[in-house]
Design a protein around this ligand. Structure first.
Ligand SMILES: Nc1ncnc2c1ncn2[C@@H]1O[C@H](COP(=O)(O)OP(=O)(O)OP(=O)(O)O)[C@@H](O)[C@H]1O
Length: 281
């Protein structure tokens, strides 16, 4: 079953920058998909459209669906968008948590969309909700930090707390926008493992934008690559080759390419072309 459908999505920012050009992709429920591309290729913009945080260019053919509901159509957010956002956990590169609150309270904010506003405002979380939040923290390996202020966590721990919050939220889909961009390799690995774990064990669909191609290959069976606002590749991550990545990243490619990426692999099954086939469309 398809979880995310994007069709004919174009985005032109004020000032005339065309960040996305007629992008169409779809992601099936339970997939873990990497979104890669050079800086400025449109990864964040695409994620923000799926999350309903940005409106596309006005165009009747444009639609963004999550589950079986429209987040936006024709460049306008739908009345459902707000409701749909409850099913989406969004994790950014940083600033995911409220620094002055405890880690546990941050994780508990995941339930805010589902409890009476007054309880949320007063921070009156039930014992069961706290247990669920503690279990989520344990699953991402940072239960011992529950009482600490969020500001005292390392970057990687903060990202894992944000993943725990998405779990408590009951998110069906997690959109992670460069969650490991500023982390050391050990922390990055733990964050990717936490995302992978909720994907495998809870069936949560994960779309994660990454600068580090090696993590896409290691954790995500499928990769979508953007180049200058267009889909340049959509296929198995193992089909990514040095040649393609060099072309995709230009001058920055040497830092990004994994040593174990084949110099010249068999041609990807779906790939390296402006018009791309979409799995599950
Ligand atoms: N609010 C905005 N106003 C104007 N231009 C924007 C805005 N947001 C993004 N852009 C431009 O749109 C293009 C795509 O940006 P986006 O952030 O989606 O790229 P990205 O692939 O996520 O890049 P990075 O990897 O550096 O985060 C860039 O040229 C960027 O400068």
């Amino acid at each position: 079953m398809t979880t995310v459908v994007v069709e004919g999505l174009s985005k032109t920012f004020r000032g005339g920058k065309r960040a996305l050009k007629n992008v169409s992709v779809s992601v099936d429920r339970g997939e873990m998909v990497a979104l890669i591309g050079a800086s400025g290729s449109g990864k964040s913009t695409l994620i923000r459209h799926v999350a309903g945080l940005v409106q596309a260019d006005r165009n009747d053919g444009c639609k963004v669906m999550v589950g079986d509901r429209f987040v936006q159509t024709g460049g306008r957010l739908t009345a459902d968008a707000r409701d749909i956002r409850r099913d989406i956990g969004v994790i950014f590169q940083q600033f995911n948590l409220v620094n002055r609150l405890s880690v546990l309270t941050n994780v508990l904010t995941g339930v805010l969309g589902r409890i009476p506003a007054i309880r949320g405002t007063l921070g009156l979380f039930s014992r069961d909700e706290k247990i669920v939040a503690m279990q989520a923290l344990a699953r991402v390996g940072i239960a011992e930090t529950a009482r600490q202020r969020a500001s005292t966590l390392s970057g990687g721990q903060q990202q894992r707390a944000a993943i725990a919050r998405a779990m408590v939220q009951g998110a069906q889909i997690v959109l992670a926008d460069e969650p490991i961009a500023s982390l050391d390799p050990a922390s990055a690995k733990r964050v990717m493992e936490a995302l992978s774990e909720i994907n495998r064990n809870d069936g949560i669909t994960v779309i994660v934008s990454l600068h580090q191609v090696e993590y896409a290959r290691r954790y995500c069976p499928r990769t979508i690559a953007l180049r200058d606002g267009e889909v340049a590749f959509d296929g198995p991550s193992e089909a990514l080759t040095h040649d393609f990545l060099r072309e995709l990243y230009g001058d920055a490619s040497e830092e990004l390419v994994l040593p174990d990426v084949p110099e010249r692999a068999p041609r990807p099954q779906i790939a390296l072309q402006p018009a791309v086939a979409f799995a599950g469309a």
